[in-house]
Design a protein around this ligand. Structure first.
Ligand SMILES: Cc1cc2nc3c(=O)[nH]c(=O)nc-3n(C[C@H](O)[C@H](O)[C@H](O)COP(=O)(O)O)c2cc1C
Length: 191
């Protein structure tokens, strides 16, 4: 598949079949992440692939936190972007329960490299999303894991690192419409 075609076809998908995924596909995706650019070539990422009970444990931790939460999560964002993190977390839990694979992406704890490392990890995750598209797999980037990042990291034994994001991967049973994207005229100026 041409790169531009993969970019055009990629969607965040939230409905997955339980069909197991060929292990080699996940390795191929992480191989693409490995080749991503990174600030100062720090390659600050670490990938943990979860299936079955380990994956479901993540959903359980998120659900327990949600049950114990009385306020709206991330209220600053909610006010400015009409974004309701609580309902997003609910949806993300459902996806984690459905999907056969959840990849958790960690960064080593080095505060002076915070911003560069996050940008680098974003590149790596997008490489995985595009490779998955090429392989005919669906993905959902799940930042919602950050609300329970320490508990999740501890539960799977990686609490020396910071959990940055999750990526659900599986055979998608939906192909969503293309979400609204801003036009070029709205996002760029050529001076
Ligand atoms: C950094 C990042 C974090 C995201 N976190 C979540 C999430 O926690 N839960 C979720 O349902 N979608 C999440 N998404 C998916 C976005 O909602 C989605 O990319 C956006 O609505 C645009 O849709 P598209 O990916 O199909 O173009 C995330 C996407 C990105 C890039």
């Amino acid at each position: 598949m041409e790169l531009t075609e993969a970019i055009r076809q990629r969607r965040s998908t939230r409905e997955y079949s339980k069909e197991p995924i060929d292990k080699q596909y996940i390795i191929d995706m992480i191989e693409c992440a490995r080749l991503a650019p990174s600030a100062a070539n720090r390659q600050p990422w670490y990938f943990v692939v979860l299936e079955n009970e380990k994956k479901n444990k993540v959903a359980q931790i998120m659900q327990a936190q949600l049950n114990a939460t009385t306020h709206v999560l991330d209220s600053k964002d909610s006010a400015t972007h009409a974004y309701n993190a609580t309902s997003s977390v609910k949806g993300s839990i459902q996806v984690i329960e459905q999907t056969p694979i959840l990849i958790l992406v960690f960064r080593e704890r080095k505060e002076d490299w915070l911003e560069g490392d996050y940008l680098s990890i974003g590149c790596a995750v997008e490489h995985m999303c595009l490779k998955a598209t090429e392989l005919g797999l669906g993905t959902l980037w799940i930042r919602d894991v950050v609300y329970t990042r320490d508990k999740i990291a501890e539960a799977i034994g990686y609490n020396t690192m910071e959990l940055v994001t999750g990526l659900a991967v599986g055979k998608s049973i939906e192909y969503p419409y293309e979400r609204h994207k801003k036009g070029l005229d709205e996002i760029m100026t050529w001076l």
